[in-house]
Ligand binder design. Structure first.
Ligand code: 0L1
Ligand code: MG
Length: 262
């Protein structure tokens, strides 16, 4: 690690305040060009610790930048990992206040909930298949705290991978009844189709993101506990939204997830 504890704490407070006050900031690697990957995740961990110390529960884990469309959109080649907090959850069909956000975008996510712990290194697809309790669809609302989306991967990791809101909807289904690779997703804004894709857009198979997450955490001495909600990453590119927009995402076999931006 290149940053000391005081700097990590200061950057976590800076980025969390930007999130909570819906205020954009410049990317932190501008000021700290030497920071490394461990520093970036340490800042994210400190943001999580701050939220939990105020009584917010961590509601789930997320993989980001896992689809070819998102990697292309962001000009990167590596997935990133983050978390979502309880206050970020919005009910299906609910309202999302744009005044609480900076420049939100929506993306469709195939998600699972685990029924057994997953621990890397060495976690593999069979372990994830065995540990999956059910599959459920969601929409993630990402809202990078960085001005004009000007950031690099380390800055994004420190900013908790732009996590902002999420909506779980549709219906839960058994993994054995689905083919996640061919599962189609259609994202509509104000009744117009914006983008569509199949699950294989996420690393060839969305559960590969869970394998990577377990191994990422395992390398840091952590595991995915049983009962964890995991978002495997946007299937399509992210679509910008503003007040007045209605979003409906139709997932084959999993139903529809919708929300309104006000
Ligand atoms: O969930 C994600 O794919 C993370 C995206 C981070 C970069 C962005 O804000 O688009
Ligand atoms: Mg996402």
């Amino acid at each position: 690690m290149k940053l000391d504890q005081n700097t990590i704490a200061r950057l976590a407070e800076h980025l969390e305040n930007a999130e909570l006050q819906a205020r954009d900031v410049t990317m932190i690697t501008g000021e700290h060009p030497d920071m490394d990957w461990d520093d970036a995740y340490a800042i994210q961990d400190e943001i999580r610790r701050r939220k939990e110390s105020r009584g917010h529960k961590t509601a789930g884990l997320k993989a980001g930048l896992t689809s070819f469309a998102k990697m292309k959109q962001m000009g990167v080649t590596t997935p990133v990992f983050g978390f979502v907090s309880d206050y970020m959850a919005v009910p299906d069909g609910g309202e999302i206040k744009t005044s609480e956000l900076i420049h939100p975008k929506v993306e469709a996510e195939i998600c699972i909930v685990t029924k057994a712990a997953l621990k890397g290194p060495g976690c593999h697809m069979a372990a994830v298949l065995a540990a999956t309790d059910f599959v459920v669809p969601a929409v993630e609302i990402i809202d990078s705290r960085y001005r004009d989306f000007k950031f690099d991967l380390k800055s994004v990791i420190a900013d908790n991978t732009s996590a902002s809101r999420f909506v779980i909807g549709g219906r839960m289904r058994d993994l054995a009844d689905l083919d996640l690779r061919t599962l189609g997703v259609v994202l509509e804004k104000n009744g117009e189709v914006m983008t569509m894709a199949a699950g294989a857009a996420v690393l060839g198979q969305p559960l590969a993101a869970v394998v990577m997450l377990a191994n990422h955490l395992g390398a840091r001495g952590q595991e995915i506990p049983a009962g964890t909600f995991i978002m495997t990453g946007g299937v399509t590119e992210a679509i910008p939204v503003k007040a007045g927009d209605n979003i409906a995402v139709r997932f084959q076999d999993l139903g529809t997830v919708s929300m309104r931006f006000v």
